[in-house]
Design a protein around this ligand. Structure first.
Ligand code: ADP
Ligand code: MG
Length: 629
């Protein structure tokens, strides 16, 4: 790692911090200067007192000296304590700002970046790095402080030591000849430099050991994190683990990962502590040498005895500042790399979200969407999930997408809502390529219920409204339209009941079908010009499904609707039906047209007709009413 690269990284980090929380820099800077200066003042006081005593000066002088310096030290200490407090607050605020930036990234990136493995692994590395190496505030308290410390030491202690070296004495001529010569100065310089070199070396070595251990740990922790964060985090996983008796197997995997982790860190710690001990030992030796040189100066009469105390203290300060900085530089390259990675993560390019055009807010909802020869292949897939799709949506129309599993229905919706980008061809909104629009604004014109929808461990109200200021009456209406209002009203806190007990012990669980209805209520509440229902009744029993159909008119109202289902009876309400098969549009027309023509639609319809007639569902409902009443 060359220095230029380091400088560049420091600059980048400081600029980032300055942008987020400038006070963190100012208070860290002034706190460090204050903290660094106070020991010099104490040293000077001590030396002057000794000199005064040794020279048998009048005691009034001594009293005057003490009565000036002591208050100065007290005031400085108070100022330093205050600034230190402000520094801590500013650094906490800085870390808070960084967390906000990371949250912002996660919640605003495009779907493709969100699912990009390198985006996720980068975030994992940053988490890991923050836990092991510290954060931006650690950079300010360690690295940045070490630089300031050295600058102050060079200015104050450097000036003092130079003045000691150039002062000449004539007592003991033999000694004076050596002490006044250039070799003496050179010797002192060497003594001051050696600890820096050693610290640089040992810091470099121990950081290499540390780095290696961390990178091995990160690999090992991936296994543990996977189970802890992804597997054990999902309550429903418990069934699989228990019924397939995977518990012992998983435990062995995790135990062995933990043992490996322990071994790696134990060995690394041992090696690092060997190098860690080297610098203090060398500092002790060289400091002793430097003291010896000062004593020689004293013996020649160049400096009084109290001044030895002052300069000896200066030498200690300077040597440890040099050693500290070089040590920091080497070992905090890991920290700076993590911080640079974090900045990179926050600024990570997101090509799928690069559009900037605003979405025209239209009261009449006249949004014209069109697919122009659109094809799409999932990353890594061999075959196209969709091929050469041409399709134009009539505003206010109800469109049904039907076709067997895997025919590309969900994929078509993913492209339409910009969760994925077509491999070729374009989709236009009012004649303009949808990629050119601001992603967030564009996605707000759709309310979609996907097959794999997700509800959160928050209240029903918050789930439906997805807003800090929910309209309670509207949420009630939404739940009624989705056919789940009665069920929710029976919950212990009605619409304020939290779902699941993950975040709240008063939470309640709902069934898959009920969850799906809540997701439908959420889509209605959003009131977007397009409503998309991707097999919304897949988890529902025939009665609930029937109820959803009864409310479909309220649910869709005058919106443009896309209704996906492989249950043909449910698509009859649509004004236009599109049949997909193996990624191609194979039929396009009204129910009447399609059912009277040969082909997939008629085959599927006839195959299912006997199971899903309205009459049959109505009958089942009657039976159920008798049963439950
Ligand atoms: P449908 O919704 O009609 O059941 P999909 O649109 O989900 O079908 O899938 C279309 C095709 O794309 C299928 O062959 C499916 O296996 C494939 N596919 C779906 N999602 C992915 C994915 N994330 N990665 C790779 N292939 C996928
Ligand atoms: Mg699907």
């Amino acid at each position: 790692m060359n220095n230029k690269h380091n400088d560049h990284q420091y600059g980048q980090i400081l600029k980032f911090i300055y942008h987020l929380e400038p006070q963190a820099i100012w208070f860290s800077l002034s706190a460090t200067i204050g903290q660094t200066l106070t020991p010099y003042l104490s040293l000077i006081l001590l030396g002057l007192i000794i000199n005064a005593v040794a020279a048998y000066n009048q005691s009034t002088n001594l009293v005057a000296l003490i009565s000036i310096i002591i208050p100065v030290i007290i005031v400085m200490e108070i100022a330093v304590a205050y600034i230190d407090h402000r520094k801590r607050v500013a650094q906490l605020s800085l870390n808070n700002q960084v967390a906000r930036q990371i949250n912002q990234k996660w919640t605003s990136v495009s779907n493709s970046l969100f699912n990009d493995p390198s985006f996720r692994s980068r975030n994992a590395e940053i988490d890991e790095g923050f836990a092991y190496e510290g954060t931006f505030s650690s950079f300010l308290t360690a690295n940045f402080a070490a630089i300031i410390n050295l600058i102050v030491a060079l200015l104050v202690a450097g000036a003092g030591i130079i003045s000691a070296l150039i002062s000449k004495g004539d007592r003991q001529p033999e000694l004076a000849r050596i002490a006044n010569g250039p070799a003496f100065v050179l010797l002192m310089l060497i003594l001051l430099i050696i600890p820096g070199v050693v610290a640089q070396y040992s810091g470099h070595k121990s950081s290499a050991i540390h780095n290696e251990a961390v990178s091995i740990s990160v690999q090992i922790n991936k296994v543990i994190n996977y189970f802890m964060n992804h597997v054990f985090n999902e309550p429903h996983v418990s069934k699989t683990i228990r019924l397939y008796d995977q518990g012992q197997f998983l435990k062995r995997r995790m135990d062995s990962a933990n043992t490996d982790n322990f071994d790696v860190n134990r060995k690394a710690n041992f090696k690092a502590s060997l190098y860690g001990g080297l610098t203090p030992a060398v500092i002790a030796l060289t400091t002793a040498g430097a003291y010896l040189l000062l004593i020689v100066k004293y013996l020649t009469g160049a400096i009084p005895i109290g001044t030895i105390v002052i300069y000896a203290g200066f030498i200690t300060q300077l040597i440890s500042a040099v050693a500290n900085l070089t040590n920091q530089m080497a070992s905090t390259t890991v920290l700076t790399q993590i911080l640079v990675k974090c900045i990179g993560f926050i600024n990570m390019a997101d090509p799928a979200a690069s559009g900037t055009l605003p979405i025209e807010k239209r009261r009449d909802n006249k949004y014209q969407l069109e697919f122009h020869d659109v094809s799409f292949k999932y990353p890594g897939a061999k075959e196209f999930a969709l091929a050469h799709i041409n399709l134009k949506f009539a505003i206010g129309q109800r469109l049904a997408l039907v076709g067997p599993n895997g025919s590309g229905k969900t994929t078509l919706i993913r492209l339409l809502t910009r969760l994925d980008k077509p491999t070729s061809g374009t989709i236009t909104l009012n004649g303009i390529d949808i990629q050119k629009y601001n992603l967030h604004e564009y996605q707000q014109i759709f309310a979609a219920v996907f097959q794999d929808f997700k509800l959160f461990a928050l209240s029903v109200l918050t789930n439906v409204a997805a807003d800090d200021h929910p309209d309670r009456a509207r949420v009630q209406t939404a739940l009624k339209i989705a056919g789940v209002a009665a069920r929710i009203s029976r919950m212990n806190q009605g619409i304020d009941t939290p779902l699941t007990r993950e975040l709240n012990k008063n939470g309640e669980d709902v069934s898959g079908g009920e969850a799906q209805k809540i997701a439908i209520a959420r889509a209605w509440y959003k009131d977007a010009p397009f409503i998309i229902l991707d097999e919304p009744t897949a988890a529902l029993d025939p009665i609930s499904e029937y109820e959803i159909y009864q409310h479909l008119d309220d649910l869709i109202a005058d919106k443009t609707a896309i209704y996906i289902s492989h249950r043909m009876s449910s698509t009859r309400f649509a004004q236009r039906i599109i049949v997909l098969n193996q990624g191609h549009i194979v039929k396009d027309g009204t129910h009447h047209e399609l059912v009277n023509a040969d082909g997939l639609y008629r085959d599927l319809f006839n195959a299912q007709a006997q199971y899903y007639t309205d009459e049959r569902i109505a009958k089942e409902r009657q039976n159920a009413d008798v049963l439950y009443s």
